[in-house]
Design a protein around this ligand. Structure first.
Ligand code: 5AD
Ligand code: FES
Length: 355
């Protein structure tokens, strides 16, 4: 017992020194983790985050502007086969109004997130991007719109979009196929991520923790993939079942394992933008605080207008769906102050990214 604990701590030390581990060691570390190792990992990870960013947490205003989606990912509540989802989409003026509200609340990053909704052509998205950047030139704009041709990604970047979030979901091809319909492929997802990087976006990938069929071996592959891709951001959160999906009765992922992975990611890439996600806050009332204490440095309060919030349900029991944008903004600030951190209202770019 004691010897095992010492061995796992040594793996954390090696991870800290080398910023990565061989696959077998990542699996060992995940398999044998315990409370003592976790606390050790979190103290190193927190110190790294504080060294790079200080006691500051970046906030992003998350605008979920459409829940129409042409995809059919088996885990997701807004998949096209879910006939029970009440659909909505925001018009360009509604998007501008929500950004204005976000701007007045101090947000200097907007994240436009939505399903893959063909209603918004590439040209229309480009117009929205231009309008947001013209109205709020000192704010950064992140897109999270799924898989698109290189030409669309390039057009949106030229129009002013700064960042793009596209979780890879899993680096294992057969696991990817288990989670997605036949017409989707891991290859295409990875090509999209490479294209986004080549174009010059700050790029985020990521995955769910505890998604159906996931093993520790898969998680080790995810970590090594992140090492190779070198993204600017990584979004991870626990899988949470949505009752009207094929995985509706699958158990949720573990908060504890999610926190452990946040700690690992912070040690691998000290300057990574690493959110404590809404899914983490959904499974645990203090999930986002725990995420920050494990190494996260970003929180994304929801900016979506009140009337539509309860419709953007990727999973059950999502928090904040009854709240106004201002409540979330100040709730997050209070929660961070309670654990000794301040909200930073600058754009919050990756430290190595020059605009
Ligand atoms: N539980 C947790 N996260 C989910 N996502 C989609 N469905 C779920 C779910 N049931 C995540 C996916 C996607 C991101 C926008 O939300 O990782 O990339
Ligand atoms: Fe939304 Fe606390 S962050 S209510």
């Amino acid at each position: 017992m004691w010897l095992r604990c010492l061995k796992v701590k040594l793996l954390v030390d090696r991870l800290f020194e080398q910023r990565s581990l061989p696959k077998a060691d990542f699996i060992q570390l995940l398999e044998n983790r315990d409370e003592e190792t976790s606390n050790y990992l979190f103290s190193l990870a927190s110190a790294e985050r504080d060294r790079v960013f200080g006691k500051e947490i970046f906030i992003r205003g998350l605008l979920e502007f459409t829940n129409y989606c042409k995809n059919d990912c088996l885990y997701c509540g807004i998949r096209r086969s879910n006939r029970l989802a009440e659909r909505y989409r925001l018009s360009a003026p509604e998007i501008m109004e929500a950004c204005q509200e976000g701007y007045d609340l101090g947000f200097r990053t907007f994240v436009l997130q939505g399903g893959e909704d063909p209603h918004y052509s590439a040209g229309y998205i480009a117009e929205i991007v231009r309008e947001i950047k013209a109205s709020f030139p000192e704010a950064a704009l992140t897109l999270s719109l799924g898989e698109h041709p290189l030409a669309s990604y390039a057009l949106w970047h030229k129009s002013g979009a700064d960042r793009y979030l596209l979780r890879h979901e899993t680096r294992n091809a057969s696991h990817y196929a288990f989670l997605h319909p036949k017409e989707m492929s891991l290859n295409n997802r990875i090509n999209c991520l490479n294209n986004l990087k080549d174009i010059g976006y700050q790029v985020g990938c990521g995955f769910m923790v505890g998604s159906p069929g996931q093993t520790l071996d898969h998680l080790a592959e995810d970590l090594l993939f992140i090492k190779e891709l070198k993204p600017h951001m990584v979004g991870i959160g626990p899988f949470i079942p949505h009752k009207d999906t094929p995985f509706g009765t699958h158990p949720a992922g573990s908060v504890e394992l999610t926190l452990f992975l946040l700690g690992i990611l912070r040690l691998m890439e000290p300057s990574l933008l690493l959110p404590a996600t809404t899914a983490l806050g959904t499974l645990d009332g203090f999930g986002r605080e725990k995420g920050v204490l494990a190494g996260a440095n970003v929180i994304m309060p929801i900016l979506t207008p009140a009337k539509d919030r309860k419709k953007y349900l990727l999973y059950d029991n999502k928090i904040c769906i009854g709240d106004a944008a201002s409540s979330c903004r100040f709730c997050v600030q209070r929660r961070m102050e309670e654990i000794g951190y301040n909200i930073n209202v600058s754009r919050g770019d990756h430290p190595e990214y020059r605009i």
